[in-house]
Write a protein that binds this ligand. Structure first.
Ligand SMILES: Cc1ncc(COP(=O)(O)O)c(C=O)c1O
Length: 380
């Protein structure tokens, strides 16, 4: 038994190497990767431009303290703010840390402690982000939780409105709930929540850790919904596999986080920044986003065509290359069987097969994946 905590139910695969959308295990068996490390390797494994950027940085320096200027951080921040509603960036190392920063910012900016989040949300596993997460199973055994989070049903505007009280400072949500089952936000709900935040002086925090960095065929998922969040958090796809997270916030919050108020040793690490700069240089290009849109449309069409009528499947939903196939029963045996057949997929809750292929996936790879999923569901 390895000397590791048993915190993951691991599949019996030991990865030897990976390239593009392909992963090869120690036995030489290859897999088509439609999970991309839970939405991390958006440009596929070892994308040559990202690899070259990181290798170049390895030859310069690996780490310096945030007590000095790191020009790569400034480059990445500039690209993030140019392509989003935010103006300033704080770099950290993970999604949970980006959300921690957002929670701290909201508290200090408003002087209020309560943050409204949604049931079935997922915001991380640190004390604050676990407390923000609207799923009991994530919290069991770790209480007492951080107080002042109130969970309301996703897409239920009246519930959000009724949850606001004098101590409420922010509303935090995913525009598409990822871990919760690939549940797409209702456009009118998101618009109304944005207005509610404006009317009540609340921060609108959008957790883009899974939906951001091109995953939904736009730089950020919220850009499908004509809203302008005060705070956006990203991680996963930003470093394409190097650990990095970021909180992006509007200019009016600039003074809230002054010197010494927040920080982390590794935040904005130069290797991660070299990767992020290369990633954004590709993903945020209009032509790249358009190509993702074309692939996503094709994948959605093929899934509808081959799975839409199967009695086991109740709904196929999502945006861009973030897709949930809601089934009528538990999907764990289907996920296992697909992996055995060489297709890495994820689940999102017990009854949803989740697909997060790399954004560089080809039509041929899409055809193969759809065929394997259809066959496996039919043979179930
Ligand atoms: C929407 C969302 N928020 C936060 C997190 C936590 O990110 P991390 O695991 O990098 O801490 C995740 C991870 O799955 C996520 O999907």
């Amino acid at each position: 038994m390895p000397a590791l905590f048993n915190t993951y139910n691991r599949f019996n695969i030991s990865v030897a190497e990976a390239e593009g959308a392909k992963v090869t295990d120690m036995n030489g068996k290859t897999y088509l990767d439609f999970g991309a490390g839970i939405g991390v390797n958006n440009l596929g494994h070892r994308h040559p431009t990202v690899q070259e950027a990181v290798q170049g940085q390895l030859d310069k320096y690996w780490h310096v303290s945030n007590l000095y200027h790191v020009p790569l951080q400034e480059d990445v921040a500039e690209t993030l703010v140019k392509n989003s509603a935010g103006d300033y960036v704080f770099f950290c190392n993970s999604g949970a840390e980006a959300n921690e920063a957002a929670i701290k910012l909201a508290r200090k900016a408003t002087g209020k402690t309560k943050i409204i989040t949604c049931k079935q949300s997922f915001h991380g596993r640190t004390m604050a982000t676990m407390s923000a997460t609207g799923q009991e199973k994530i919290q069991t055994g770790f209480g007492p939780l951080l107080p002042s989070f109130e969970y309301v049903p996703f897409n239920d505007f009246e519930a959000v409105k009724n949850a606001i009280d004098a101590d409420t400072g922010a509303i935090m949500l995913e525009v598409i709930q990822g871990e919760g089952g690939v549940i797409v936000g209702d456009p009118s709900f998101l618009k109304e929540v944005e207005q509610l935040c404006k009317d009540n002086g609340l921060l609108l925090i959008v957790d883009e850790i899974q939906t951001g960095i091109g995953r939904t065929a736009k730089p950020f998922g919220y850009q499908h919904f004509d809203i302008s969040p005060d705070v956006i958090t990203v991680a996963k796809g930003l470093g394409n596999g190097l650990p990095v997270g970021a909180m992006i916030a509007k200019a009016k919050y600039y003074d809230i986080l002054g010197p010494g108020s927040h920080g982390t040793t590794f935040g904005g690490n130069p290797l991660a920044m070299a990767a992020a700069k290369a990633v954004l240089g590709i993903v945020f290009q209009d032509e790249f986003m358009k190509a993702v849109e074309v692939k996503a449309t094709y994948l959605h069409e093929q899934l509808q065509l081959k799975l839409g009528q199967l009695p086991f499947v109740s709904e196929i939903r999502g945006k861009g290359l973030m897709i949930g196939i809601e089934c009528k029963e538990d999907v764990s045996s289907i996920v296992t069987s697909l992996i055995e057949k060489g297709l890495l997929v994820l689940n999102a809750g017990p009854s949803v097969i989740r697909l997060l292929p790399p954004l560089i996936v080809t039509e041929q790879e899409i055809d193969l994946a759809v065929q394997l999923i259809a066959e496996t569901i039919q043979g179930n």
